[in-house]
Every structure is written in C-alpha cells, then in structure tokens.
Design a protein around this ligand. Structure first.
Ligand SMILES: Cc1cc2nc3c(=O)[nH]c(=O)nc-3n(C[C@H](O)[C@H](O)[C@H](O)COP(=O)(O)O)c2cc1C
Length: 358
C-alpha cells in the first residue's frame, strides 16, 4: 500500500536504484499557488552528501514536475513529481539476497516476495523513498503557510546527547535549517555531530529523536474516531523507515503522572482560550485544542553498519559473519528532519481539508 490520505492523497513510487523516485499527489485544490523552487528547497534538505555525518552517495535530487502544475498553479489533476536516481551502485546489495542484513528489511522482504523484490539499494524499503513524502508534503506546507499554520521539526536527541533547553519557535527554524544535524542549539549540535562522527569511526551507527511542532492550527482539526490527529500522524510517522517510537505531548511520561499534574489548566490570554501547560501535545479527543501540536519521533540507529555482524546464509542455512560495504548514513536523524516536517504537513492539510478548514 503506497498511498496515504483521504482528501489530500500522496502516492509514492519508484525504488532506490531504479529509474526514479517520486510522488503522485491528488486532492490539491485547483488554482493553489505552488512554487517548485520551494519543493526543491525541501528536497535539498533531505538529499544526501552533507559532510561526515551522511552517506557518501551524492545525489542532487533535482525535482521534475511531470503534471498537475501549470504556471505555478495546481491544475486540479494529479500532481506528479519525480527525482531521477543518478548515483546508483548496486554491487554491494547482491550479497544481501543470500545473507540478510540484521536490522534491515532484507529477510522479511525476501520471504514475502519470494526473492523477487528489488533489493538494489534497499529497493522500496530504502530511506530514499521518503523523497516522495517530501515532495507531497512540501506542496501541502505551502497551502498551510497561507492559512497561518507553520511546522518545524528539529533534532532534539542523538544517542545520549539531548537538547536541554527549548529554543523559541520563531528563531529555531532558521538555525535548524542551517544546521547539518538539524538542531536549534549550536553547542548541542556540535556535540551531536561529534557523537555521529565517533559512531561512524567505530564502524557503527547511532539513533535519535526528532521533535515536531505545528503552530497556528485552528481549534477542532481532526476526524475522530480513526482520523484523530494522533491516529493519522502516528501512522504517517511509523511509515518513515527507521521509526520505532512516536509520542505526543508528555507521551509515555503520562503513565507516571497524576491527573492534577497532567491536565493542562485553561487560561485566557488576550481574550483567547489557551492552556497553561501542554502535556496533551495540543490534542484532546483527537482534535486540535489551540495549543501547538507537539510530537516526538524516535529513530533507531542505522542498521547497515561496517562492523562485522552475525547473520546466516539462507540457502546453505549456515551462520555467516556479514561485513557490509556500500554507502550508508551513520545516523538517519539529520536527513529525517525534513521528512518528518513535510510529511506532517501532508497529514495536517488532509485533516484540514476533511474538516472544511481549507
Ligand atoms: C532519510 C533516511 C535515510 C536512511 N538511510 C539508511 C541507510 O543509509 N542505511 C540503512 O541501512 N538504513 C537507512 N535508513 C533506514 C532503513 O530504510 C530502514 O531501517 C529499513 O528500511 C528497515 O525498516 P525499519 O527500520 O522501519 O524496520 C534510512 C531511513 C531514512 C528515513
């Protein structure tokens, strides 16, 4: 199943080492102004090759719009955008058809598809597929910005290095976009980068957490029961390869809190009904409550590591020590920041369209 959404639908296509990757977007209101340059900006943030903390695969990821946008406006037909795969070297992947990588999709994919799956570069399981999510999301966020809704994702943890103090939304975006690691605090960003470099030097990898904040949402966005903001947003986030946890507001911490601590007391500020705290993460009953919608996404350490690992030869049924060559991100998190941010935009726009807010 490669489609997501009810009114604003993103279908992703292609594979890591095939001809191209991309997205087909349906449901964008006709006449909507869409800047291809702004989609390209988001793709550039996701593309590999940003120094020692990224894979050595070099791809510019240049957007080509096939249909659906004419003279900078949505036609109302499907918007199809693609990026060609230019820097493909599949040689390292043949081995994984027989000796699956621990932690990657090789083994279950091999069994499910009877060995016919595209294994080159991870095929449809590659993190590269997220370029399609960025294309669909980058269109959605342009419509949201015009409705006063802004979205910011940022790296708040790499390994054990965590962002200690919050940087206000209004200034964080510029810093996050300029930071190779995607963190709003420069000193923490330097420590995070060092942690990634160290993991890489040890032929290993490292995970982390991306926090995403949506501000400016009107009250009442969300379509309970199964279209609650949490339901749909977490389904989107868990579709991103490498994601192993999603929590909203105080998240799992809520289990150890009392109601008197967890409830967010209502207050009036400048005539507006707000809450004093935001343990709910801006969502009550699956609906936006006027506070920032806030969630955290945990990424596992990249599974493809250069360190020797125990695997098996699925034909001989014998143990094998696997040494992975190929080009891999020592940490997924920095490149996942724009993926979280833009795919969240697609979810929010879809819910706003369903609720008649757009
Ligand atoms: C932007 C991005 C880049 C990724 N790069 C790599 C990579 O270089 N090597 C790798 O083994 N996994 C990478 N992944 C993660 C794998 O695609 C993922 O772990 C794998 O498909 C198995 O899926 P799962 O971790 O969700 O179970 C990346 C994920 C994302 C979102």
């Amino acid at each position: 199943m490669n489609e997501f959404g009810v009114k604003y639908r993103i279908g992703i296509f292609g594979s890591s080492h095939g001809l191209c990757i991309g997205a087909k977007v349906e449901g964008c209101p006709p006449g909507s102004k869409i800047s291809e340059a702004l989609i390209q900006v988001e793709l550039d943030r996701r593309s590999p090759g940003r120094g020692p903390i990224s894979t050595t695969r070099r791809e510019r990821d240049r957007l080509e719009i096939v249909s659906g946008i004419i003279d900078g406006r949505a036609t109302g037909g499907p918007i199809v955008g693609l990026v060609r795969n230019l820097d493909t070297d599949s040689s390292a992947y043949d081995a994984f058809k027989r000796v699956p990588r621990p932690g990657h999709a090789d083994y279950p994919a091999m069994v499910k598809y009877g060995g016919h799956h595209d294994h080159r570069g991870g095929g449809q399981f590659s993190g590269r597929m997220t370029a399609g999510l960025v294309i669909g999301g980058a269109i959605a966020r342009q419509l949201l910005e015009r409705k006063g809704v802004s979205i910011l994702a940022q790296t708040v943890q790499i390994g054990t290095i965590a962002l200690e103090k919050d940087v206000p939304f209004s200034i964080a975006e510029k810093i996050v976009r300029a930071s190779a690691v995607g963190c709003a605090d420069r000193r923490t960003a330097a420590a995070m980068t060092e942690a990634i470099v160290k993991a890489h030097e040890a032929n290993d990898s490292i995970g982390g957490i991306v926090r995403c904040t949506v501000v400016g949402l009107p009250v009442g966005v969300g379509e309970p029961f199964f279209g609650s903001i949490e339901s749909v947003m977490s389904a989107m986030m868990y579709s991103i390869p490498g994601v192993k946890g999603v929590e909203f507001g105080s998240g799992f911490k809520c289990a150890s809190m009392r109601g008197s601590e967890h409830n967010d007391p209502y207050i009036i500020r400048n005539g507006k009904i707000l809450a004093k705290t935001n343990n709910a993460g801006g969502i009550l009953g699956g609906l936006s409550n006027g506070m920032p919608v806030e969630f955290r996404v945990a990424f596992k350490p990249t599974s493809s590591i250069a360190k020797p690992q125990a695997s098996v030869d699925v034909v001989d049924k014998k143990p094998v020590e696997l040494v992975i060559k190929g080009r891999h991100d020592p940490c997924i998190v920095p490149r996942a920041v724009p993926v979280v941010e833009n795919s969240a935009a697609a979810v929010i726009l879809d819910l706003m369209l369903q609720g008649g807010f757009v």
